[in-house]
Design a protein around this ligand. Structure first.
Ligand code: SF4
Length: 279
């Protein structure tokens, strides 16, 4: 059994929170650059230039990519042969607290969703812990702004519904949003499981590098078709028009019940931020 001190987790979460807030994912940056090459609208090219420049400045000057430094979502894939010494939940929370204090990041969390008093710590994060084979711990930290999180939706389809209805469901969300979720977006879709499983898959789907397709052929086809449909909307970067409304579509699936077809859509903006490490 490998022993890992909770202090290591705290330090790791702190570092990942800082990295995610200051450094745009390499795959997202590359996708923005590819999109710029394909654009023909001068306004869209200018907007993509601004978005790319903003990301480069943020990294260089150690400033947040966006003022909305988000709610932190932490995925912990804990190897079953690892023994964590100390309080894991407290370690994760302390890591978030340290990062948000040291980085002077905006604190955006309210303690009670109805009374709405700011915790002034950006705590608590949302933590998902999964047990996996092995002696390692995978830590992924997502920094989720709510301009795009608010746009996420879910729907229980009928098993007999055609794929085109799922495509229309996603396109209608994006059409209604326009520029609100800071396009170009990265669309995570969860299909299958139960309602909650589909929602959790849809967020996890945005962890997959932009431009990578599903290994399953029919799902890869669906990703491609939805992306095409979204970019035909011509909302464009930050809503100025153009070919790039979405940078990519990533779908994760799970077996489901014979009587149901849950679908969830998680929208991620051009500041799709996460950082991860295996320890
Ligand atoms: S949607 Fe994204 S880019 Fe827009 S304000 Fe929110 S976090 Fe920032």
């Amino acid at each position: 059994m490998r022993r890992v001190g909770a202090g290591v987790i705290q330090k790791t979460v702190r570092e990942l929170c800082i990295k995610a807030n200051l450094e745009l994912r390499g795959d997202v940056l590359s996708a923005l650059r590819r999109a710029k090459k394909k654009e023909t609208s001068a306004r869209a090219i200018r907007m993509l230039d601004i978005i790319i420049y903003n990301a480069l400045i943020a990294k260089k000057k150690r400033l947040p990519i966006c003022q909305d430094t988000g709610m932190v979502v932490v995925y912990l894939d804990v190897g079953q042969d690892v023994l964590i010494k100390g309080d894991l939940k407290k370690a994760v929370e302390k890591g978030v607290l340290d990062a948000y204090r040291e980085g002077y990041f905006r604190k955006s969390i309210v303690s009670d969703p109805l009374i709405r008093r700011n915790t002034d710590t950006n705590l608590p994060p949302v933590i998902y812990t999964r047990i996996v084979p092995g002696r390692k711990i995978g830590v992924s930290v997502v920094v989720k702004g709510f301009g795009c999180e608010n746009a996420s939706r879910t729907k229980m389809f009928r098993p007999t519904d055609p794929m085109s209805l799922i495509q229309d469901f996603v396109a209608d969300i994006i059409k209604e949003l326009g520029s609100k979720a800071c396009p170009p977006m990265y669309i995570g879709i969860g299909i299958g499981g139960t309602l909650d499983k589909a929602v959790s898959l849809s967020k996890e789907a945005t962890l997959r590098p932009v431009g990578e397709s599903s290994k399953s052929r029919h799902i890869a086809r669906l990703e491609k078709d939805i992306l095409k449909k979204l970019n035909k909307l011509r909302i464009g970067p930050m809503g100025v028009g153009g070919k790039t409304t979405a940078l990519g579509v990533s779908i994760l699936t799970y077996p489901t019940h014979i009587a149901g077809l849950p679908v969830a859509v998680n929208i991620s903006c051009h500041a799709t931020r996460d950082a991860r490490i295996t320890i």
